[in-house]
Design a protein around this ligand. Structure first.
Ligand SMILES: C[S@@+](CC[C@H](N)C(=O)[O-])C[C@H]1O[C@@H](n2cnc3c(N)ncnc32)[C@H](O)[C@@H]1O
Length: 318
């Protein structure tokens, strides 16, 4: 699979962000092939508890999820938005198949690298599962299922947290718009907790998160002909307990000018000036209930890992 069709729109969004004050980049821009590889390494870092906690919930509590997805045993279509390499979903699908559930799986992702890894793993481990990958933006090419088939949308890995609360609400309403009453939405959401634990997840001593963040500049150099010198920027992460948002930035280490050889573009950076690259919102149980209510869902099930760090919520479309 190739990444080509999305480059123009993405590049335009990246450019618009760089021209703003303060400068920012869309977090969707992280996931070129190298970014996806680096994110797979982040998920294995000891401090990045999100993956382990979500995996624990899916591996240990899947029977409750299967019951919620199909209380009457009807076939369902599992549509995973931003599936990544699907490693946690593979474990869930394996358990569902063992329990003789009837379902198909539609992973959707903009990253060709992530989808190819996913397909390889699913073909190898679950050859009998019907997998219909869709490469592209979350909502492009969404097909309504056959009559009688329930749609269960998954949005895991705390992906929703990359949106502001207003954007998240708009996004959830957009998902709701593609569903019929009785369809479901499964969300993996990181919970508010000790700020030290949270910050460590975005500031690993191994420097993998820094490399992931800086890879944005490498991508801008490659795709927009920019001449960013990566060693003149550094990764900075912070967490604000007041609004529950972890945020990542790239910091210009000195006053500098960055140019594009292909575009009519020249960017000035002051020493210490930042590019805002990602937000990772954390939620309280009350915030989760409110989001469900405001976007046309009933909050049906809320599961947490044993340490109470992370939540998986199942909502039903009203
Ligand atoms: C943080 S990773 C999470 C992956 C997976 N859900 C997990 O929990 O391990 C986000 C994934 O969403 C994909 N993604 C980001 N923005 C997207 C968009 N607008 N449309 C489709 N996929 C997107 C990225 O390519 C990446 O694989």
């Amino acid at each position: 699979m190739s990444n080509a069709p999305l480059l123009n729109e993405l590049s335009q969004r990246a450019l618009a962000g760089l021209r703003q004050t303060p400068k920012c980049l869309p977090s969707m821009y992280f996931y070129d092939d190298e970014g996806s590889r680096l994110f797979q390494r982040i998920m294995r870092l000891p401090g990045y508890y999100l993956t382990e906690a979500e995996h624990e919930i899916l591996a240990q509590q899947w029977p409750k999820l299967l019951d919620a997805f199909t209380p009457d045993g009807r076939p369902f279509k599992l549509i995973e938005l931003g599936s990544g390499d699907g490693s946690k979903t593979l474990a869930l699908c394996t358990a569902f198949l063992k329990a003789r559930a009837s379902f198909s799986y539609v992973p959707v992702d903009i990253s060709a690298h992530a989808l190819n890894s996913l397909l390889k793993a699913f073909e190898h481990n679950l050859p009998s599962l019907r997998v219909h990958p869709r490469m592209g933006d979350y909502f492009s090419g969404w097909q309504q299922p056959e009559h009688g088939q329930r749609q269960i949308v998954m949005f895991m890995g705390s992906n929703l947290g990359n949106l502001t609360l207003d954007e998240a609400l708009t996004f959830l309403r957009q998902i709701r718009g593609h569903l019929r009453p009785g369809d479901g939405l499964l969300l993996g959401l990181d919970l508010m907790k000790n700020p030290h634990t949270l910050l460590a997840a975005y500031n690993d001593p191994e420097g993998v998160t820094a490399a992931f963040n800086l890879n944005l500049l490498r991508r801008l150099n490659r795709e927009l002909g920019m001449n960013f010198q990566l060693e003149r920027f550094s990764h900075y992460a912070c967490y604000s307990p007041l609004d529950g948002a972890a945020r990542s930035f790239l910091v210009s280490l000195d006053k500098q000018t960055v140019r594009s050889t292909r575009l009519d573009l020249q960017l000035q950076f002051e020493a210490g000036e930042t590019i805002y690259t990602e937000q990772s919102q954390k939620y309280s149980p009350a915030m989760i209930r409110q989001l469900a209510q405001d976007s046309g869902f009933a909050s049906a099930l809320h599961l947490q890992d044993q340490q109470g760090r992370y939540g998986v919520s199942f909502w039903q479309a009203l």
